[in-house]
Design a protein around this ligand. Structure first.
Ligand code: ADP
Ligand code: MG
Length: 339
């Protein structure tokens, strides 16, 4: 019950949108595909669902192999699909929506399956309601239950929480994870939201501009982001440009000793966690504190130098004030350097 991608490539025009994507989702595993908008995530999902024709590479699904020469219509694929717009049938009750894909079962089997899915999705009291009387989060749970009803070997979810308001989203993420785990369903979930990936994924596949830049467990990606996008978006690091020269990286925010092995004058991007930036008052420094904001556990210090900005996080802001000039210190081990 797994999904394996072998060297998937895809192009709508001359410019490829997927470049040589290979990874595998294990049986029962939830993998999130994370990437910026336009990076090719939905295309990858559509290739699995059969909504786009595979141009190059190979996709292995349970009991089915898809190649450019050997396709299979969407309805023959062992997949369930949940999209951002949940597209429930408005004139069907919740129960009827869920039983929609169960026509092959006899009536009593259908009823039994619907009852168990209603319970699994926490919708027991909603069976006879119509979709428009439900909240967005409840509708999304119905969509999920409907897709799970025929017991697909794999579930595909494309930005399933994008239209749900922020407060509900957190709850729905954990409900969805529980629902998928309780039914031992293998799942591939596409999202641009790192919080979705952190909350749901056993492993995260990060796609940037059609390339798989990192694939691993959330903790690995957080601790050792292999690409600036992962560092910034998933691992909460700040990025700024620098040049490597004489065992240091030089930037508008200062120059920092580095033990990186790079050739002289290499342009690099530095990633640093905001709470690893130390500020030292320095009247001659070109770096200014432009704002200080209370952010719960600590304060966010907004810094600017030569039109570029950077945020530091400190729990103690004694001696710092808006308008002040400061120098920045970053320990070599606290910098990630991308060449
Ligand atoms: P994502 O889901 O990561 O936002 P998509 O897979 O939807 O990305 O799209 C990747 C790129 O392919 C985008 O530049 C998009 O405009 C383009 N694209 C998607 N579908 C089509 C299509 N049917 N025809 C032409 N271009 C498309
Ligand atoms: Mg998309």
């Amino acid at each position: 019950m797994s999904i394996t991608f072998h060297s998937i490539q895809h192009a709508y025009t001359d410019e490829p949108v997927l470049r040589d994507i290979s990874f595998a989702v294990e049986s029962g595993e939830i993998v999130c595909v994370l990437g910026p908008s336009g990076s090719g995530k939905s295309t990858l999902l559509k290739l699995v669902a059969g909504l786009e024709t595979l141009q190059a590479g190979r996709i292995e699904l349970p009991d089915l192999e898809i190649t450019p020469k050997r396709s299979s219509p969407p309805e023959r694929r062992p997949v369930g699909l949940v999209m951002q717009e949940h597209a429930l049938f408005p004139h069907f009750t919740v129960a009827a929506n869920i039983s929609f894909g169960l026509q092959k079962l006899d009536r009593s089997e259908q009823a039994e399956r619907v009852t168990s899915l209603l319970a699994l999705a926490g919708l027991e009291l909603m069976a006879d309601r119509y979709p428009h009387t439900l909240s967005g989060g409840q509708q999304q749970r119905v969509a999920l239950a409907r897709a799970l009803a025929p017991k697909p070997a794999v579930m595909l979810l494309d930005e399933p929480f994008a239209s749900i308001d922020v407060l509900l989203r957190n709850r729905l993420r954990s409900d969805t994870r529980q629902l998928l785990k309780a039914s031992s369903t293998t799942a591939l979930l596409v999202t641009h939201d790192p919080a979705d990936a952190m909350a749901l994924a056993d492993r995260i596949a990060v796609i940037v501009a059609g390339e798989l830049v990192q694939f691993g467990e959330p903790r690995t990606l957080w601790q050792a982001p292999a690409h600036p996008f992962v560092a910034e978006v998933l691992a909460g690091r700040q990025l700024f440009d620098a040049v490597f020269r004489q065992s240091a990286v030089m930037s508008v925010f200062g120059s920092f000793a580095s033990n990186a092995r790079l050739s002289e004058n290499t342009s690099v991007q530095i990633a640093v966690a905001p709470d690893r930036i130390k500020l030292v008052p320095a009247s001659q420094s070109p770096i200014a504190i432009i704002d200080i904001r209370f952010a719960g556990q600590q304060f966010t210090i907004h810094l600017a130098a030569e039109g570029q900005s950077l945020e530091a996080q400190l729990s103690d802001i004694r001696g710092l004030e808006i308008g002040q000039s400061v120098a920045i210190e970053i320990a070599p081990d606290d910098m990630l350097i991308y060449g």
